[in-house]
Every structure is written in C-alpha cells, then in structure tokens.
Design a protein around this ligand. Structure first.
Ligand code: IMP
Length: 427
C-alpha cells in the first residue's frame, strides 16, 4: 500500500514536477489534492519541455493514471486547453480522472479575484489572479459549483443564481463593475459538460481500491508549506492546504494509508507574491540566483524573489508535514560561490529564535542569522552518486540535512530528467 505525498517544503516552485516525473515510471496514480491552475511545474522529458498548471505531472508517464482530486479547484477552459496542448504534442491524456466533487473556477470567481486585489491596493496578496481564493471562499460559503453540477442544468442554474446574487451587488455597488448575467455563465459552463464527461469519476473509490490492490499512489501538492492557508505565512498564502493533511481531505484517503511524505526543498529559497521572507536578497547575489536558477514563474511570468537557504523553514516543514524524506533540488545553481550563507536561526528584537515564530508580527521582524559554508566551482550536473559531488557540495547537503530534520534522499543537479542523484529509493 505505498501512498506517497510529495509537497513543497518552502513557498512553492521547489521543482516538484521533476521529482514526480522521476517517480512517474513506477507510480500507478498521480493525484493532485488541492490548488488549481495557480500552480506551475516545468517538466523536462528528453529534449521536450512541458509547462503544466492544473494537470498532475504524471500525465507525461504513459503507465500512470493522473487524478484531479476533490480538493482541487478546476477552471474548465484552462483544463481543456492544457489537454489539447498535450494532445497536439502526442501525449495521451485519456486516462485522466476528475473528481465530480471538485469545485469549478467560474468566470465570476476570476473577476472577483482581480477586482479584490485591485481594491486592496498596496495591501494586496499578489495572487495569481486565477480565481483560486474566491472559488475556495464559495466552497466554504456553500455556494460553490462542483464538476457534477454541470450535468444537471436546473441545479446548475439555481447554484449560479445563488452565487451571483451577492457578488453582483458587490461588483456593481462596491467595485463599480458591470453585473454578470446568470444565463451567460450557465451557458458557458454547460458548454464544458460533454468535453469533461469522459474524465469525471468517483475518484475517492478509485484511489482507495487502488491502495487496497497495492498500487503505488503519489499525491502531488501544489504551492508549498509556507503558502498553506493554516500553516503558512497567513494572510500571504494560497486558499488551500498543500501540507500533508491536505492530501487526505483533498483526495478522500485516510491518514493511516499514507506511507511516506517527501518534502521538495530548493537548495536556496524563492517566493512569488507579497509577504515576509527573512532571507530575501536585494543585491547581486539575489539577481544571480534568479538568473542562474531561471526563477521566473511558470504560471504568471513574474520574477521570483530569491534568497539563501533557510533551515528554520525546512525544520518547520518537517514538523507540520511529518516529512520522512527531502528531495533537494537545484543544487547546481549554487556552483561558483566562494561561500554560501545558510540561515540557521532568526534574530527577533534582539533574541535568537531557532523555530518559526507563530506570531505574524515576530516573523515580519525576523532577521536571518547566517552560518557560512564553503562553496565549490566544479560542474556537478553529471554527478550520478553522492560521492561524485565535490567535498564542499557534499558538506553543504549534509549540513542542510542535519539542520532540517529529515534525510535528503535525492538531489537535483540539473534540470533534465536524468540529472538527479538518488540516495534512498522513495519506493
Ligand atoms: P493564489 O493562490 O492565486 O490565491 O495566490 C496566493 C499566493 O500564493 C500568492 O502569493 C501567489 O504568488 C502564491 N502562489 C500561488 N500558487 C503558487 C505556486 O504554484 N508557486 C508559488 N507561489 C504560488
């Protein structure tokens, strides 16, 4: 019953696509359990590069069934265009399964996301503008539209009416925008029904049966631990639970079924959007990390904020997710620095703090306390085993492992599918 959860241990964009793809060949099901097309992974297969937003990256592995779980929010137009883009490149997407309980990102959710951000002005979250937060808000307010609603026109119309009732008041009276017509939304949504129908399934049943039959199921988190609505840097977070518990609620699988929780950890740190980031760099080192690491959002095209590795965050991720392993990515990006600073603790109002403070005020005041580790100049992209790495790169990895509280079981040394060192097998 191998059920693995793979999630970002920092603020997302740690390189999960590569890790999922590495496992893809031996995995029977790859499941997304939260988020929507705010995510973005780049997966390199041979000389082909794929940018995926909503689809689980297992879609690129022929033997694997990709699943969009109930906890995901689905923009049907984005999903269909992602599918047809892959089909045009010869990728077979017919195995995809979508939960009938997944919520739909409607056009009005996207509008509300954009106008709310504009209204917040300098207090904005810096969302991806894809309607994620408003769709989850509708879900919690019990006025959401689910995939299954596309197959009952009368129910769909009633639900869209209920959802637009208050929103149109808000759009017209508060935001000075035009009201959105119920019929127009219903017509658009009904237009997706037949196209999505072949994929819609009772994914909870499918996944639990698969686990009973000892199939390998991989749960793939979008975003990252620090963007979790409960455990992240609230309010500068996404509106779902990328942390390990989210895999259970977002896919309908009990916690006793999960066998391994793997945190993807970048060898330095990045984030997009607003919010605190203690190790952020505003100098040429930050610029160099951005340039060498190609740190530009797959979804939004925004430059990512860059900084040194933060062990306080890694330790926190180990704790809130119950991590059993780390996959350290992008170690090659650090080649060429004489010394590499690693944040080991924070200084907050004159105090040394070793753990992530629960108080937002404290975290905003946190200054990184750095330890300097010696760098390396050798090209590491051809390294196949840990011992192939230069001594200082080995020491960097070992130090991160000791500080982070879980074994580093794989290391990414380049963007390609094979540019990975496997230390312990994940299966
Ligand atoms: P939302 O998920 O669009 O509501 O955006 C909320 C916050 O999460 C913003 O700071 C986004 O930049 C950030 N965010 C959302 N998705 C990702 C992702 O896949 N990687 C990194 N940051 C993300």
């Amino acid at each position: 019953m191998p059920a693995l959860v793979l999630l970002g241990a920092q603020w997302g964009d740690e390189g999960k696509g590569k890790a999922t793809d590495l496992l893809g060949g031996s995995v029977d099901y790859v499941v997304r359990y939260q988020g929507g097309n705010n995510a973005g992974h780049t997966v390199v297969v041979g000389d082909q590069k794929y940018a995926l937003h909503l689809l689980p990256s297992g879609i690129l592995s022929p033997g694997c069934t990709p699943v969009i779980g109930n906890g995901v929010v689905v923009d049907p137009s984005v999903l269909l265009s992602e599918l047809s883009g892959l089909n045009e490149r010869g990728v077979d997407t017919s195995k995809l399964l979508i939960s009938g309980n997944a919520h739909i990102i409607t056009p009005y959710n996207v509008t509300v996301d954009k106008v709310t951000e504009r209204f917040l002005g300098k207090r904005k979250i810096g969302t991806t503008g894809r309607g994620i937060g408003p769709t989850y808000a509708d879900k919690i307010n019990r006025v959401g539209i689910r995939v299954q609603d596309l197959y009952d026109e009368s129910i769909l119309t009633q639900k869209v009416e209920a959802a637009l009732d208050v929103k149109n008041q808000m759009l017209t009276k508060l935001y000075n925008r035009r009201a959105i017509a119920v019929e127009q939304v219903v017509e658009e949504l009904l237009g997706y029904a037949d196209k999505l129908a072949p994929y819609v399934a009772d994914t909870v049943l499918v996944l639990n049966e698969a686990l009973e039959q000892d199939k390998v199921v991989l749960f793939e988190g979008g975003q990252g631990t620090l963007l979790d609505i409960d455990h992240g840097t609230y309010p500068f977070v996404t509106s779902s639970n990328p942390t390990a518990g989210g895999a259970c609620t977002g896919a309908g699988v009990g916690p006793t079924k999960i066998s391994r929780v793997i945190g993807i950890l970048k060898a330095y740190t990045t984030r997009v959007g607003a919010g605190p980031f203690p190790t952020e760099l505003f100098d040429e080192d930050g610029e160099a990390l951005r340039r060498i690491g190609g740190e530009r959002g797959v979804t939004t095209g925004r430059d990512r904020r860059c900084g040194w590795f933060d062990a306080v965050i890694a330790r926190y991720a180990t704790r809130v997710n119950g991590l059993t392993d780390f996959f350290l990515t992008k170690l090659d990006v650090l080649t060429g620095w004489e010394q590499i600073p690693v944040c080991v603790a924070y200084e907050i109002d004159g105090r040394r703090v070793e753990e992530l403070p629960y108080s937002q005020t404290d975290f905003h005041h946190a200054k990184p306390v750095y330890e300097m580790l010696p760098g390396w100049n050798e090209d590491i992209s051809k390294a196949k085993s840990f011992s192939d790495l230069p001594k200082n790169a080995q020491a960097y990895v070992k130090t991160l492992e000791e500080m982070s509280g879980a074994p580093i079981s794989a290391i990414g040394v380049g963007p390609g599918r094979t540019e990975t060192i496997e230390i312990n097998s994940f299966l």
